[in-house]
Design a protein around this ligand. Structure first.
Ligand code: FA5
Length: 335
Protein backbone atom coordinates (compact mmCIF):
# COMPACT_ATOMS: atom_id res chain seq x y z
CA UNK A 1 0.00 0.00 0.00
CA UNK A 2 2.69 2.45 1.06
CA UNK A 3 4.58 1.43 -2.05
CA UNK A 4 1.60 2.24 -4.25
CA UNK A 5 1.25 5.70 -2.74
CA UNK A 6 4.91 6.47 -3.17
CA UNK A 7 4.76 5.34 -6.83
CA UNK A 8 1.78 7.64 -7.33
CA UNK A 9 3.74 10.52 -5.78
CA UNK A 10 6.49 9.85 -8.31
CA UNK A 11 3.99 9.83 -11.15
CA UNK A 12 2.60 13.12 -9.86
CA UNK A 13 6.11 14.62 -9.73
CA UNK A 14 6.70 13.48 -13.33
CA UNK A 15 3.39 15.06 -14.33
CA UNK A 16 4.45 18.36 -12.70
CA UNK A 17 7.78 18.31 -14.56
CA UNK A 18 6.26 17.51 -17.94
CA UNK A 19 3.43 20.05 -17.52
CA UNK A 20 6.02 22.76 -16.98
CA UNK A 21 7.37 22.12 -20.51
CA UNK A 22 4.12 21.39 -22.33
CA UNK A 23 4.10 23.30 -25.64
CA UNK A 24 0.49 23.47 -26.75
CA UNK A 25 -3.07 22.36 -26.09
CA UNK A 26 -2.71 19.14 -28.14
CA UNK A 27 0.28 18.04 -26.10
CA UNK A 28 -1.66 18.94 -22.95
CA UNK A 29 -4.57 16.72 -24.00
CA UNK A 30 -2.11 13.82 -24.41
CA UNK A 31 -0.71 14.45 -20.92
CA UNK A 32 -4.24 14.63 -19.51
CA UNK A 33 -5.01 11.17 -20.94
CA UNK A 34 -1.70 9.78 -19.77
CA UNK A 35 -1.97 10.93 -16.15
CA UNK A 36 -5.74 10.96 -15.54
CA UNK A 37 -7.17 8.68 -18.27
CA UNK A 38 -8.57 5.15 -17.97
CA UNK A 39 -5.20 3.45 -18.20
CA UNK A 40 -3.34 5.93 -15.99
CA UNK A 41 -1.66 4.89 -12.75
CA UNK A 42 -4.08 7.05 -10.76
CA UNK A 43 -7.18 5.39 -12.28
CA UNK A 44 -5.70 1.93 -11.90
CA UNK A 45 -4.82 2.64 -8.24
CA UNK A 46 -8.37 3.77 -7.56
CA UNK A 47 -9.71 0.51 -8.94
CA UNK A 48 -7.35 -1.45 -6.73
CA UNK A 49 -8.64 0.26 -3.59
CA UNK A 50 -11.56 -2.15 -3.53
CA UNK A 51 -9.23 -5.05 -2.73
CA UNK A 52 -7.84 -3.44 0.43
CA UNK A 53 -8.90 -3.78 4.08
CA UNK A 54 -11.52 -1.26 5.07
CA UNK A 55 -9.01 0.57 7.36
CA UNK A 56 -6.32 0.74 4.76
CA UNK A 57 -8.82 1.61 2.06
CA UNK A 58 -9.85 4.84 3.73
CA UNK A 59 -6.34 6.23 4.19
CA UNK A 60 -5.21 5.04 0.75
CA UNK A 61 -8.35 6.42 -0.85
CA UNK A 62 -7.73 9.85 0.64
CA UNK A 63 -4.09 9.79 -0.50
CA UNK A 64 -5.02 8.74 -4.07
CA UNK A 65 -7.74 11.40 -4.25
CA UNK A 66 -5.45 14.10 -2.95
CA UNK A 67 -2.80 13.25 -5.57
CA UNK A 68 -5.39 13.13 -8.33
CA UNK A 69 -6.79 16.56 -7.36
CA UNK A 70 -3.31 18.05 -7.42
CA UNK A 71 -2.60 16.67 -10.89
CA UNK A 72 -6.02 17.86 -12.10
CA UNK A 73 -5.35 21.35 -10.75
CA UNK A 74 -1.95 21.50 -12.42
CA UNK A 75 -3.47 20.42 -15.75
CA UNK A 76 -6.20 23.06 -15.40
CA UNK A 77 -3.55 25.74 -14.75
CA UNK A 78 -1.57 24.62 -17.78
CA UNK A 79 -4.74 24.69 -19.91
CA UNK A 80 -5.58 28.26 -18.83
CA UNK A 81 -2.04 29.40 -19.61
CA UNK A 82 -1.94 27.71 -23.03
CA UNK A 83 -5.41 28.98 -23.97
CA UNK A 84 -4.41 32.57 -23.22
CA UNK A 85 -1.23 32.17 -25.28
CA UNK A 86 -3.11 30.63 -28.20
CA UNK A 87 -5.65 33.47 -28.15
CA UNK A 88 -2.92 36.09 -28.14
CA UNK A 89 -1.21 34.36 -31.07
CA UNK A 90 -4.47 34.23 -33.01
CA UNK A 91 -5.12 37.93 -32.43
CA UNK A 92 -1.62 38.78 -33.53
CA UNK A 93 -2.03 36.69 -36.69
CA UNK A 94 -5.37 38.30 -37.56
CA UNK A 95 -4.30 41.85 -36.84
CA UNK A 96 -4.86 44.15 -39.85
CA UNK A 97 -2.15 46.58 -40.70
CA UNK A 98 -3.98 49.86 -41.11
CA UNK A 99 -0.99 52.14 -40.98
CA UNK A 100 -0.76 52.52 -44.73
CA UNK A 101 -4.37 53.61 -45.00
CA UNK A 102 -4.09 55.92 -42.05
CA UNK A 103 -1.20 57.82 -43.58
CA UNK A 104 -3.12 58.34 -46.79
CA UNK A 105 -6.33 59.81 -45.41
CA UNK A 106 -7.16 63.11 -47.05
CA UNK A 107 -10.31 64.97 -46.30
CA UNK A 108 -12.39 65.69 -49.36
CA UNK A 109 -13.85 69.10 -50.04
CA UNK A 110 -16.82 70.60 -51.78
CA UNK A 111 -16.49 70.99 -55.53
CA UNK A 112 -15.59 74.51 -56.65
CA UNK A 113 -18.99 75.00 -58.27
CA UNK A 114 -20.73 73.91 -55.05
CA UNK A 115 -18.53 76.24 -53.02
CA UNK A 116 -19.33 79.11 -55.39
CA UNK A 117 -23.02 78.36 -55.32
CA UNK A 118 -23.07 78.24 -51.50
CA UNK A 119 -21.20 81.52 -51.34
CA UNK A 120 -23.57 83.13 -53.82
CA UNK A 121 -26.54 82.02 -51.77
CA UNK A 122 -24.92 83.43 -48.62
CA UNK A 123 -24.28 86.79 -50.27
CA UNK A 124 -27.84 87.11 -51.56
CA UNK A 125 -29.45 85.82 -48.38
CA UNK A 126 -27.38 88.50 -46.61
CA UNK A 127 -29.00 91.04 -48.93
CA UNK A 128 -32.51 89.86 -48.01
CA UNK A 129 -33.22 87.35 -50.80
CA UNK A 130 -34.61 83.86 -50.28
CA UNK A 131 -33.54 80.80 -52.31
CA UNK A 132 -35.99 79.21 -54.78
CA UNK A 133 -35.71 76.08 -56.91
CA UNK A 134 -37.28 74.65 -60.05
CA UNK A 135 -37.13 71.46 -62.12
CA UNK A 136 -34.32 70.73 -64.59
CA UNK A 137 -36.78 69.35 -67.14
CA UNK A 138 -39.17 72.04 -68.29
CA UNK A 139 -42.03 72.62 -70.69
CA UNK A 140 -42.02 75.18 -73.49
CA UNK A 141 -44.37 77.39 -71.42
CA UNK A 142 -41.91 77.91 -68.58
CA UNK A 143 -38.68 77.84 -70.57
CA UNK A 144 -39.97 80.12 -73.37
CA UNK A 145 -43.59 81.20 -73.77
CA UNK A 146 -44.30 82.72 -70.37
CA UNK A 147 -40.96 84.49 -70.74
CA UNK A 148 -42.32 86.32 -73.79
CA UNK A 149 -40.59 84.04 -76.30
CA UNK A 150 -43.40 82.70 -78.53
CA UNK A 151 -42.79 79.80 -80.86
CA UNK A 152 -41.95 81.94 -83.88
CA UNK A 153 -39.50 84.10 -81.93
CA UNK A 154 -35.92 83.96 -83.24
CA UNK A 155 -34.59 84.16 -79.67
CA UNK A 156 -35.58 80.51 -79.16
CA UNK A 157 -32.74 79.58 -81.47
CA UNK A 158 -30.19 81.47 -79.38
CA UNK A 159 -30.78 79.17 -76.42
CA UNK A 160 -29.46 76.07 -78.23
CA UNK A 161 -32.01 73.96 -76.42
CA UNK A 162 -31.71 70.22 -75.73
CA UNK A 163 -35.20 68.77 -76.23
CA UNK A 164 -36.57 65.68 -74.55
CA UNK A 165 -38.43 63.21 -76.74
CA UNK A 166 -41.76 63.51 -74.92
CA UNK A 167 -45.17 64.89 -75.99
CA UNK A 168 -45.37 67.29 -78.92
CA UNK A 169 -42.09 68.08 -80.74
CA UNK A 170 -40.06 70.75 -78.88
CA UNK A 171 -42.56 70.74 -76.00
CA UNK A 172 -40.38 69.23 -73.23
CA UNK A 173 -36.72 70.18 -72.74
CA UNK A 174 -33.79 70.37 -70.37
CA UNK A 175 -34.07 73.95 -69.17
CA UNK A 176 -31.69 76.18 -71.11
CA UNK A 177 -31.62 78.82 -68.36
CA UNK A 178 -32.88 79.32 -64.81
CA UNK A 179 -35.39 81.99 -65.91
CA UNK A 180 -38.32 79.48 -65.78
CA UNK A 181 -37.99 79.69 -61.98
CA UNK A 182 -39.03 83.37 -62.28
CA UNK A 183 -42.34 82.24 -63.78
CA UNK A 184 -42.90 79.44 -61.28
CA UNK A 185 -42.23 81.83 -58.41
CA UNK A 186 -44.48 84.60 -59.70
CA UNK A 187 -47.27 82.09 -60.35
CA UNK A 188 -47.17 80.95 -56.73
CA UNK A 189 -46.14 84.01 -54.73
CA UNK A 190 -47.74 87.38 -54.13
CA UNK A 191 -45.33 90.32 -54.56
CA UNK A 192 -43.13 91.67 -53.11
CA UNK A 193 -40.71 88.97 -54.30
CA UNK A 194 -36.95 88.80 -53.64
CA UNK A 195 -35.54 85.43 -54.71
CA UNK A 196 -32.44 83.85 -56.18
CA UNK A 197 -32.62 80.48 -57.92
CA UNK A 198 -29.36 78.62 -58.51
CA UNK A 199 -29.38 75.42 -60.56
CA UNK A 200 -28.16 73.35 -63.48
CA UNK A 201 -28.88 74.39 -67.04
CA UNK A 202 -28.22 72.67 -70.37
CA UNK A 203 -27.47 73.69 -73.94
CA UNK A 204 -26.13 72.07 -77.10
CA UNK A 205 -23.02 74.26 -76.70
CA UNK A 206 -19.70 72.59 -77.47
CA UNK A 207 -17.30 72.66 -74.54
CA UNK A 208 -14.52 75.23 -74.90
CA UNK A 209 -12.56 77.49 -72.57
CA UNK A 210 -15.68 79.48 -71.61
CA UNK A 211 -18.58 77.08 -72.37
CA UNK A 212 -19.90 73.79 -71.02
CA UNK A 213 -22.96 71.90 -72.31
CA UNK A 214 -24.16 71.40 -68.70
CA UNK A 215 -23.48 74.46 -66.61
CA UNK A 216 -25.01 76.37 -63.71
CA UNK A 217 -26.81 79.65 -63.48
CA UNK A 218 -28.15 81.73 -60.66
CA UNK A 219 -31.31 83.64 -61.40
CA UNK A 220 -32.38 86.67 -59.44
CA UNK A 221 -35.86 88.18 -59.37
CA UNK A 222 -37.13 91.23 -57.53
CA UNK A 223 -40.75 92.38 -57.81
CA UNK A 224 -41.86 95.32 -55.70
CA UNK A 225 -43.31 98.80 -56.00
CA UNK A 226 -41.17 101.51 -57.56
CA UNK A 227 -38.25 99.31 -58.57
CA UNK A 228 -35.89 100.91 -61.14
CA UNK A 229 -32.83 100.09 -63.21
CA UNK A 230 -30.85 101.87 -60.48
CA UNK A 231 -31.87 99.18 -58.00
CA UNK A 232 -30.65 96.54 -60.47
CA UNK A 233 -27.26 98.21 -60.97
CA UNK A 234 -26.86 98.73 -57.22
CA UNK A 235 -27.69 95.11 -56.47
CA UNK A 236 -25.17 93.81 -59.01
CA UNK A 237 -22.47 96.13 -57.70
CA UNK A 238 -23.14 95.11 -54.13
CA UNK A 239 -23.10 91.45 -55.04
CA UNK A 240 -19.80 91.71 -56.97
CA UNK A 241 -18.15 93.52 -54.05
CA UNK A 242 -19.33 90.86 -51.62
CA UNK A 243 -18.36 87.95 -53.87
CA UNK A 244 -15.00 89.11 -55.22
CA UNK A 245 -13.86 91.83 -52.84
CA UNK A 246 -13.00 95.30 -54.13
CA UNK A 247 -10.65 94.37 -57.01
CA UNK A 248 -13.09 93.52 -59.77
CA UNK A 249 -14.61 96.11 -62.11
CA UNK A 250 -18.06 95.66 -63.66
CA UNK A 251 -19.87 97.10 -66.64
CA UNK A 252 -23.38 96.91 -68.03
CA UNK A 253 -23.82 96.88 -71.81
CA UNK A 254 -27.16 97.32 -73.58
CA UNK A 255 -28.45 94.00 -74.82
CA UNK A 256 -31.63 92.21 -75.71
CA UNK A 257 -33.70 89.56 -73.94
CA UNK A 258 -37.41 89.09 -74.77
CA UNK A 259 -38.29 88.84 -71.07
CA UNK A 260 -36.66 92.10 -69.94
CA UNK A 261 -36.97 95.67 -71.21
CA UNK A 262 -34.60 97.41 -71.11
CA UNK A 263 -32.03 94.60 -71.09
CA UNK A 264 -28.33 94.60 -70.41
CA UNK A 265 -25.42 92.27 -70.32
CA UNK A 266 -23.13 92.34 -67.43
CA UNK A 267 -19.33 91.87 -67.66
CA UNK A 268 -16.57 91.75 -65.08
CA UNK A 269 -12.92 92.65 -65.59
CA UNK A 270 -10.25 89.97 -65.83
CA UNK A 271 -6.75 90.48 -64.36
CA UNK A 272 -5.39 91.02 -67.92
CA UNK A 273 -7.85 93.90 -68.43
CA UNK A 274 -10.22 92.02 -70.77
CA UNK A 275 -13.93 91.55 -69.96
CA UNK A 276 -15.79 88.30 -69.32
CA UNK A 277 -19.54 88.14 -69.88
CA UNK A 278 -21.13 86.91 -66.68
CA UNK A 279 -24.83 87.25 -67.28
CA UNK A 280 -27.86 89.04 -68.57
CA UNK A 281 -30.26 91.27 -66.69
CA UNK A 282 -32.96 93.86 -67.12
CA UNK A 283 -36.34 95.17 -66.00
CA UNK A 284 -38.98 92.42 -66.10
CA UNK A 285 -41.06 92.82 -69.27
CA UNK A 286 -44.74 93.78 -68.63
CA UNK A 287 -45.84 90.78 -70.74
CA UNK A 288 -44.03 88.43 -68.37
CA UNK A 289 -45.73 90.02 -65.35
CA UNK A 290 -49.11 89.70 -67.06
CA UNK A 291 -48.42 86.05 -67.97
CA UNK A 292 -48.07 85.42 -64.25
CA UNK A 293 -51.15 87.40 -63.21
CA UNK A 294 -49.21 90.36 -61.84
CA UNK A 295 -50.39 93.88 -62.72
CA UNK A 296 -47.50 95.81 -64.35
CA UNK A 297 -49.15 99.12 -63.43
CA UNK A 298 -48.74 98.30 -59.76
CA UNK A 299 -45.59 96.17 -59.65
CA UNK A 300 -42.19 96.48 -61.32
CA UNK A 301 -39.07 94.46 -61.00
CA UNK A 302 -35.74 93.38 -62.31
CA UNK A 303 -34.19 90.01 -63.06
CA UNK A 304 -30.72 88.70 -63.75
CA UNK A 305 -29.10 85.39 -64.67
CA UNK A 306 -25.38 84.75 -64.10
CA UNK A 307 -23.21 81.77 -65.01
CA UNK A 308 -22.00 80.20 -61.74
CA UNK A 309 -19.24 78.23 -63.48
CA UNK A 310 -17.92 81.45 -64.99
CA UNK A 311 -18.03 83.11 -61.57
CA UNK A 312 -15.95 80.20 -60.24
CA UNK A 313 -13.49 80.61 -63.14
CA UNK A 314 -13.07 84.27 -62.24
CA UNK A 315 -12.87 83.84 -58.52
CA UNK A 316 -10.31 81.02 -58.63
CA UNK A 317 -8.50 82.46 -61.67
CA UNK A 318 -8.80 79.32 -63.79
CA UNK A 319 -7.60 79.39 -67.40
CA UNK A 320 -10.30 77.12 -68.71
CA UNK A 321 -13.87 76.39 -67.56
CA UNK A 322 -13.40 72.72 -68.49
CA UNK A 323 -11.09 72.30 -65.49
CA UNK A 324 -14.30 72.26 -63.45
CA UNK A 325 -15.52 69.02 -65.02
CA UNK A 326 -12.30 67.15 -65.85
CA UNK A 327 -12.33 65.68 -62.33
CA UNK A 328 -8.56 65.68 -62.10
CA UNK A 329 -7.92 65.22 -58.37
CA UNK A 330 -4.61 67.08 -58.63
CA UNK A 331 -6.63 70.12 -59.66
CA UNK A 332 -9.54 69.53 -57.26
CA UNK A 333 -7.28 69.07 -54.22
CA UNK A 334 -6.02 72.63 -54.49
CA UNK A 335 -9.34 74.05 -53.33
C1 FA5 B 1 -29.75 83.86 -70.15
O1 FA5 B 1 -29.67 82.62 -69.98
C2 FA5 B 1 -30.83 84.65 -69.53
N1 FA5 B 1 -31.84 83.78 -68.98
C3 FA5 B 1 -30.23 85.56 -68.48
C4 FA5 B 1 -31.18 86.60 -67.97
C5 FA5 B 1 -31.92 86.36 -66.82
C6 FA5 B 1 -31.36 87.82 -68.65
C7 FA5 B 1 -32.80 87.32 -66.34
C8 FA5 B 1 -32.24 88.77 -68.17
C9 FA5 B 1 -32.94 88.53 -67.03
P1 FA5 B 1 -27.50 83.99 -71.51
O2 FA5 B 1 -27.83 83.02 -72.56
O3 FA5 B 1 -26.69 85.18 -71.91
O4 FA5 B 1 -28.81 84.58 -70.77
O5 FA5 B 1 -26.73 83.23 -70.33
C10 FA5 B 1 -26.45 83.85 -69.12
C11 FA5 B 1 -25.08 83.47 -68.61
O6 FA5 B 1 -24.98 82.06 -68.48
C12 FA5 B 1 -23.95 83.81 -69.55
O7 FA5 B 1 -23.59 85.16 -69.43
C13 FA5 B 1 -22.86 82.91 -69.07
O8 FA5 B 1 -22.26 83.41 -67.88
C14 FA5 B 1 -23.65 81.68 -68.70
N2 FA5 B 1 -23.59 80.71 -69.77
C15 FA5 B 1 -24.36 80.64 -70.88
N3 FA5 B 1 -24.03 79.58 -71.64
C16 FA5 B 1 -23.01 78.97 -71.01
C17 FA5 B 1 -22.23 77.80 -71.27
N4 FA5 B 1 -22.44 77.03 -72.34
N5 FA5 B 1 -21.27 77.45 -70.37
C18 FA5 B 1 -21.08 78.19 -69.25
N6 FA5 B 1 -21.79 79.29 -68.95
C19 FA5 B 1 -22.74 79.68 -69.80
Amino acid sequence: MALMISELEQTAAEATARLADVADLDALAALDAEFLGKKSALTTAKKQLGGLDPDERKAAGQAVNEIRKRVEAEIADARARLTATARAQQLEAERLDLTELRNDIRRGSMHLVTQSRDRLEDVFVGMGFTVAEGPEVETAWYNFEALNIPEWHPARGSFDTIFVNLGEPEEVMLRSHTSPVQIRTMENTEPPIYIVAPGRTFRTDTADATHLPAFNQIEGLVIDRGITMGDLAGTIDEFVRAFFGGEVKTRLRPSYFPFTEPSAEFDISRPDGSWLELGGCGMVHPNVLRNCGIDPEEWQGFAFGFGIDRLAVMRYQLDDIRELVNNDVRFLRQF
